[in-house]
Design a protein around this ligand. Sequence first.
Ligand SMILES: O=C(O)C(=O)CO
Length: 268
Amino acid sequence: MKESKMAYTVNCSILLTELPLLERAAAAKAAGFDSVEFWWPFATAVPSDSEVDAFIASIKDAGVTLEGLNFFAGDMPAGDRGLVSWVGRESEFLANIDVVAGIGEATGCKGFNALYGNRQPGIDGQAQDKLAIENLLAAAKGVERIGGTVLLEPISGSEAYPLKTSADAFFVLDKVHAAGAPNVKLLADFYHLAVNGDDVAALIEGHAHEFGHVQIADDPGRGAPGTGTLPLGEWVTRSRDLGYAGGVALEYKAAHAQAFTWLIRQSA
Ligand SMILES: O=C(O)C(=O)CO
């Protein structure tokens, strides 16, 4: 993968986690990057104004672009993976949309990842899927005014999360598009898709031009590119050749000191 650091976005929720949250954007800049992304950086769907202001200031003061932000996804360390299809937490998700759009407006961020949510024991999956469409439409409308795109991501690591492959996501995206919301797109995380057995090369051939965002990590281990066996460089290059013009985010696990050595080795 012979691209400069400028070509990548640092996911500051999985990288640089040795540092306090508000210091991570500056650390990414100091490491040579110009853009960052975050999972939802607060404990609740609607944080205080001062928390939001401090987060926005940490991005602006660092002189980086906020390329992506996840909607509130529940208690992720406890296993939650989103509120989009979570029956009973509709009002929290809807309230979160306004905060997300406000952060987007203040920072220029345009990509917002709406994790779909795990299957709930005792709740009909169809009811969850119906709610998901309603929530995705509301999210799409909420970020439309700032030119935003809602991202839908298949992920690995949670059996209960129903979107495992790109086909699962396209099934939902087709419904959302048919309901009149074109600004909802696939987040192609090559690591999660590969781990779940998707044919990433075929996905790229057919759909790279319509990806909303790309994230990378190697498998096994969700480590830096080169620590596993995935042809990430080929996949990124091919996506670009086929018309993908968005960001490529580094969303892997690595200690701060070694996090970006694979890029330094390449450019040496
Ligand atoms: O939960 C994860 O692994 C994610 O990638 C969230 O965006």
